[in-house]
Write a protein that binds this ligand. Structure first.
Ligand code: UGA
Length: 425
């Protein structure tokens, strides 16, 4: 039987044959080696590509979790400490602005709370760490992890059997979506679906309350915005992902019987807020003597927002949790219809951006250096204004803090947190 070498390099007769054969043999072994080398290089390259693909997919999962001590922390933190109607809540985005406030309020009334947060660097992670420390001091354990990590979520549900999920983890910010669109898909779409998959499979299924956004009203002109208004003309990718979230949660409610409540937040502000938001970054710039950019709409019309104070939003979140009703499915199967609700959580009294700046100037006792520019086409909407009658009817939602009062509290916190030394702010 001819060898492979012979098949590849068939011999010719004669004396020359041997030399030729020898030459061929040498050539054959060199070229085989060459082919093997090529093969190995290709193999190594594909492995490295695969590794870097996995790394990019897992870059949010760098945190370590698990082990006896970790599980004990989760169990203790999830423990309910009140006799009637207590709930055990998984709060996603717990080191975030709204997440940290809601976690503290739940814990304060005796509910079990376990937080999860990926501590990403969209804005200064040291502020998130400081919020985490505050929560830890109040016996709330925060898992350092990403909602796309389904193994972690399954583990958490295995050991803590949450009755509710307060889902606040998201890529926030309207204008940043133009810089980093992928982060919105990662957190607001993929992360949401991962979480819903785990919730729908868990037994019992939790009820879910989650953060949508006033931005879903997009370019609507009819005011105030009501939940039944159209939401099919988003102005930013951020808004589009929140709108998609409303549709995605609807399918999980419809197919699997998950109880779902979506909350459309209206420009939430207050102590421990988000540094990327205008009221926060304006405060920093005003104190540092730096100019601020104030956007204006067409024909120099001022932009306006239905700024909503954090304590009012927290009441709305807790009211939603308390009235969420039960999910009806178990083990991935629906047993009957479950609630699907959407509520506006706004303040019902929009304030223009220049008026907001004037309030900051008053509280900071410093004049702002204002640059007025035409609103760039980067996802912003000219105004927001909430109709809150649905939330009022369903759970007595009634905002009580006007912007003047709320900004005063914010400035007080800002100065105590960052200090009065303007050089360090
Ligand atoms: O209500 C909401 O759904 C949204 O509220 C805020 O979005 P936005 O209202 O745009 O809040 P800011 O970024 O703080 O802007 C407030 C106002 O200040 C204006 N602005 C912002 C930045 C700036 O440099 N100058 C300026 O005039 C904006 O155009 C806007 O009218 C949050 O950032 C979103 O995450 C949230 O979903």
């Amino acid at each position: 039987m001819p060898s492979l070498e012979e098949e590849l390099f068939p011999s010719t007769p004669g004396k020359f044959k041997d030399r030729n054969r020898h030459f061929h043999r040498c050539f054959a072994s060199t070229s085989t080696m060459f082919l093997w080398a090529l093969f190995l290089i290709a193999l190594t390259a594909s492995y490295l590509c695969f590794q870097s693909f996995m790394d990019s997919g897992n870059r949010y999962f760098t945190a370590t979790w698990g082990g006896h001590h970790w599980e004990k922390n989760v169990i203790n933190s999830a423990q309910i400490h009140r006799s009637h109607g207590g709930m055990s809540v998984l709060v996603t985005g717990a080191a975030g602005f709204v997440g940290s406030h809601v976690s503290l309020a739940l814990k304060k009334r005796g509910d079990g709370v376990v937080g999860i947060d990926n501590f990403n660097n969209y804005y200064d992670p040291s502020l998130k760490k400081a919020r985490k420390n505050l929560l830890n001091q109040n016996s709330i354990f925060i898992v350092d992890g990403d909602i796309n990590d389904s193994k972690l979520l399954v583990k958490l549900f295995d050991i803590a059997r949450f009755t509710h999920v307060m889902h606040l983890a998201a890529q926030a910010g309207v204008r940043y979506a133009m810089e980093n669109p992928g982060s919105y898909i990662h957190s607001n779409i993929a992360g949401l679906v991962t979480l819903l998959e785990v919730c729908k499979n868990s037994n019992p299924q939790p009820a879910i309350v989650w953060a949508s956004s006033s931005s879903v009203y997009g370019l609507n002109e009819k005011v105030p915005f009501s939940e039944s208004d159209r939401t099919d003309q988003p102005a930013s990718l951020y808004a589009a992902t929140k709108k998609a979230g409303e549709e995605i949660t609807h399918t999980y409610n419809h197919i699997y019987g998950l109880s779902i409540t979506g909350l459309r937040f209206f420009t939430v502000y207050g102590p421990w807020g988000r540094p990327d938001m205008a009221y926060f970054s304006f405060t920093r710039n005003i104190l540092q003597g730096k100019p601020i950019t104030v956007y204006r709409g067409k024909n120099r019309v001022d932009l306006a927002r239905d700024f909503t104070y954090i304590d009012d939003v927290v009441k709305g979140c807790i009211g939603s949790l308390d009235t969420s009703g039960k999910s009806t499915g178990s083990g991935g199967k629906k047993r009957g219809p479950a609630p699907y609700r959407i509520f506006n959580l706004g303040n019902t009294s929009p304030v223009t951006v220049p008026m907001m700046v004037a309030m900051l100037e008053k509280h900071l006792k410093v004049k702002a250096k204002k640059n007025f520019v035409v609103m760039p086409g980067n996802g912003d909407v000219p105004f927001t204004h909430a109709n809150i009658s649905s939330a009022r009817k369903e759970f007595g939602y009634k905002p009580t803090t006007d912007l003047q009062t709320g900004l005063k509290k914010f400035v007080k916190w800002y100065l105590s947190y960052y200090g009065y030394d303007q050089g360090k702010l």
